[in-house]
Structures are given as C-alpha cells and as structure tokens.
Design a protein around this ligand. Structure first.
Ligand code: EPU
Length: 315
C-alpha cells in the first residue's frame, strides 16, 4: 500500500487494502482511499469525483476480489458526537455502538438497540437500522446530506427522509445522497432501565447472531412481507430449504441462522455471491418468494457476478 498524505491536505492512500475495513474481511484493493476528517473535506472530495464509494464501518458492503477502481471514501475519522440536553448531533462516521454507550452515560434512551451493531451512523441512517422494536426513524429529527447530483448540501427532515423497514430516501436513491450527520431527540430515563435493555439486546445477539470472530455482513436478506401483510423471517425460509451449513468455496451459510453468510477462510467475492444466489434461487423455487438483498456490492464485477447482482438488484 502506497501512503500519500496530501491531496488538498486530505489524507489519502493509493492501492489501499480494504480487508481490515469491512466486517467480512474481504481482501480487495482500492485504487485510492480517502479519510476525510470534516464535512468540508468530504464535500471537496465529491467536487473532485463524480462517483465514489462511501464506506462507514463496512458491515454492509461486499467488496470485489478484483478490486475497486472508483475512489473509496472512508468516514471513520468524521465521528463527532455532541449532546445538548436530550438532543444529540452525530457525524456520519461515528460508531453506533459508541453512540449507544454515550447515550446511556447521559441517561438517554432511544439507542439501546444499537449496542452490538458494527455500523457507522451514516450507514445506519441510510438503511434505517433497527432491532428489538427500535429503529433509527423513531428518534431522528433531521439529517444533513450531500447531493452528489446537484453538488450541494441539503437538510432532510424526518418526513423528507421517507423511512420504512430497512429503507429511506437515501437508500432508495443510492448512490445519489450521502449522509454527513444527523440529529436525534432522545428521552431521559433511569440508567438502570436503559442498561437492562442494552444487556438483553447483547444477550440476544450473542445467542442468535454470529460475532465478528466469524466474519460476516449481517443479515443478507430483508425479512419479506407477504401481500396479505404477513411477516416472514428470511433466515427461517433459507433454513427450511436445508441450506444451513451450505458452502461454496470458502463462503457458507452459518450453521445456526440461515440469514448470515460467513467468510470461513479468505473467501472470494465470487464464493460469497454464489452462496447468496443459491439462497435466493432456493427460496424462490420452494416458496415462490423473491428475497430482497440488504447488501451492496462495490468494485469490479466478473461476468458471473454482474449477472447475479443485476438479478438481486431488480427486487
Ligand atoms: N429462524 C429459523 N431458522 C433460522 C433463522 C431464524 O427458524 O435459520 C426463526 C427463529 O427461530 C425465529 C424467527 O425465525 O422464530 C425469527 O428469527 P430471529 O429472531 O433471529 O429474527 P430475524 O428475523 O432473523 C430480525 C432482524 C435482525 C434483528 C433481529 C432482532 C432482519 C432481516 N433481521 O432478525 O436485524 O437484529 O430481528 O430484532 O430484519 C439486520 O437487519 O441486519 C439484523 C440482524
């Protein structure tokens, strides 16, 4: 990896290995990676390039084994969290786990569900992260976003963000809008009560979800909702297809939950893509349900991967 430290003074690296910057531990080389430290540095990168890939904590992106030609902008160094009474303003690269703990330290409730989620605030807002009957959309007041089409900063109110299950205007228009920061209204509560809920959530995750010791990208598919409103578990559907433990190359469906795919040992993006194709095809064939993928793909696509990801994106 060549290290270079100034492009209009913004920290950047050429031929940057992304393996330690995604929770799947996928080996992938980015031609260039930027580490902006402020909103103004971030905006000046957008002015230099038409298309970039924004990377928070890398818990939702499958990077290509063939590398990434477009610039990767890593938000981790833009991570201020500032409380004013029960309002908190958070920059895009802040860890949501840290946010959860800091809210607890301030006796504020609303972020208990974020404990244990390996994500950045920007990613969590874009996908309206949620768990245990709480979600980002419950407490958000507004978000500052960069519009890469109009090349300007906008403020979206909660209504303008058009949230639904694991979805928002930001995700719907991906990659047009980039989250810069967001403001939340939390609720004063007894610390013991907040701690109890956080402990319960941690215990649940330990029991039913893989830790990052088994590198993974979280849930592969959204839980489908049938036309009559019935909600199903994607993991349960994959499980009923008998795919828990199913492997291709070094990627495989986790033995304990059908909606997680693990990198067992230096898997390739093609191994991972092959496994999720098998999950998608099997559920479609057995239940006539087309699952919707939560993961995004970044980088050079092989012919096979291009075909599969086009099919997955159609939904
Ligand atoms: N189940 C199976 N087999 C499996 C997996 C699940 O039979 O292989 C059954 C479980 O026994 C349970 C039901 O399906 O009765 C639902 O499973 P679980 O409680 O694990 O919940 P989930 O639907 O898999 C959802 C969210 C998680 C969130 C948890 C807790 C999605 C796709 N998943 O999981 O969110 O943490 O509820 O609230 O919305 C994420 O989105 O990345 C995520 C991890």
């Amino acid at each position: 990896m060549d290290c270079t430290c100034s492009k209009n003074s913004i920290e950047f690296y050429k031929n940057f290995q992304l393996q330690n910057f995604n929770t799947l531990k996928m080996s992938s080389i980015a031609d260039i990676a930027f580490f902006p430290k402020s909103e103004s540095e971030m905006c000046s990168i957008f002015k230099m390039y038409d298309k970039v890939h924004i990377l928070g904590w890398g818990s939702n992106t499958l990077f290509s084994s063939l590398g990434v030609r477009e610039p990767v902008v890593i938000t981790k160094k833009m991570s201020d969290i500032s409380f004013r009474k029960d309002i908190v303003e958070v920059e895009a690269g802040a860890s949501v786990q840290k946010l959860s703990v800091e809210a607890y330290n301030n006796s504020l409730s609303g972020f208990e569900f974020l404990i244990g989620i390996p994500a950045s605030l920007g990613g969590a807002v874009a996908m309206n992260a949620g768990a245990h009957e709480q979600s980002i959309s419950d407490t958000i007041i507004c978000a500052r976003v960069y519009d890469t089409l109009e090349k300007k900063v906008l403020t979206f109110s909660k209504d303008e963000l058009v949230f639904s299950y694991r979805n928002s205007i930001i995700k719907q228009n991906y990659p047009r809008y980039v989250v810069l920061s967001a403001k939340f209204q939390l609720q004063k509560k007894d610390k013991l009560e907040i701690k109890k809920r956080m402990d319960e959530n941690t215990e649940f995750r330990k029991r039913v979800q893989p830790s990052l010791v088994l590198p993974n990208l979280g849930s592969v598919f959204k839980n489908p909702v049938l036309p009559d409103g019935e909600k199903l578990s994607a993991g349960m559907l994959v499980d009923k297809c008998g795919l828990k433990g199913f492997h291709i190359g070094n990627a495989g469906v986790w033995e304990n939950h059908g909606n997680f795919v693990i990198n067992y040992h230096n898997c390739t993006s093609s191994d991972y893509t092959n496994v999720i194709k098998k999950m998608y095809d099997s559920v479609k064939e057995k239940f006539n349900i087309e699952l919707e993928c939560e993961i995004v793909y970044a980088g050079q696509l092989s012919e096979f991967e291009d075909k599969v990801w086009k099919q997955l994106k159609k939904n």
